[in-house]
Design a protein around this ligand. Structure first.
Ligand code: PGA
Length: 253
């Protein structure tokens, strides 16, 4: 079975519920009739309910940008997988580089989040990627990325892996306008798939979707998606306007 492409929008800390509703509506209407591509939008927590209403009854999926791994408890300011599932959220980003960088999220915590998401029927998208300094340090960036994949999925079996996707987002490409070349993205994705195969076997690795993220735009999505191991895109800036997100969804057109 070929992997169905997944195009995901990460709205980051943008949109009030009203803005989010407008954006969700425009994406929903503009994406009507698009087939063979899974579409996911990840608004901020405060806009999830509004967007859930706009997407109800459509094939567009709703994701969260983060979550805590406990179900309930004295964890002021946190959001649990139970709360997300109750809003109709089906996917969750785990370990976005901005979480790692600004909020000190470590692989061990992210592994707990991945497991908690799976336990609650949420599909985790585990985000990995090297910083500019790591990339410039030479070949060791590969070990950083492989390490993030292994640690994030530690303790899981191939049978658990079905709902999991990986997003490779080189930190130097996020929000900078500097996209990885298709060849560089392919190199990293192939390496991630190989790391998955080593731990979980060839079949589980073959079935996994590996998204590319980092300055994906309407004018570079096609060449990135043409690479054999690039199975989708995690889009930040360009997902905040229907005019730029819709052409990315329609990359085949
Ligand atoms: P960008 O962000 O598309 O604005 O580079 C991607 C991401 O952070 O997921």
């Amino acid at each position: 079975m070929p992997r169905t492409p997944l195009i995901a929008g990460n709205w980051k800390m943008y949109t009030t519920p009203e803005d989010a509703r407008d954006l969700a509506r425009a994406i929903r209407d503009g994406a009507a009739g698009v087939e063979g591509v899974d579409i996911l939008v990840c608004p901020p927590f405060t806009s999830l309910a509004a967007v859930a209403e706009e997407l109800a009854g459509t094939p567009l999926a709703l994701g969260a940008q983060n979550m805590y791994y406990e179900e309930t408890g004295a964890f002021t300011g946190e959001i649990s997988p139970l709360m997300l599932a109750a809003l109709g959220v089906s996917s969750v980003l785990v370990g976005h580089s901005e979480r790692r960088q600004h909020f000190g999220e470590k692989n061990e915590t992210l592994n707990r989040k991945v497991k908690a998401a799976l336990a609650h029927g949420l599909k985790p998208i585990l985000c990995v990627g090297e910083t500019l300094a790591e990339r410039e340090a030479g070949a060791s960036w590969k070990e950083v990325v492989r390490g993030q994949v292994r640690a994030g999925l530690e303790g899981l079996d191939a049978a658990d892996l079905g709902p999991v996707a990986i997003a490779y987002e080189p930190v130097w490409a996020i929000g900078t306008g500097k996209t990885a070349t298709p060849a560089a993205a392919q190199e990293a994705h192939a390496m991630i798939r190989e790391a998955l195969a080593e731990t979980f076997g060839a079949q589980a690795a073959e079935e996994r979707r590996i998204l590319y993220g980092g300055s994906v735009k309407p004018d570079n999505v096609r060449e990135l998606m043409a690479e054999v191991d690039v199975d989708g895109a995690l889009v930040g800036g360009a997902s905040l306007k229907a005019e730029t997100f819709l052409p990315i969804i329609k990359f085949r057109a």
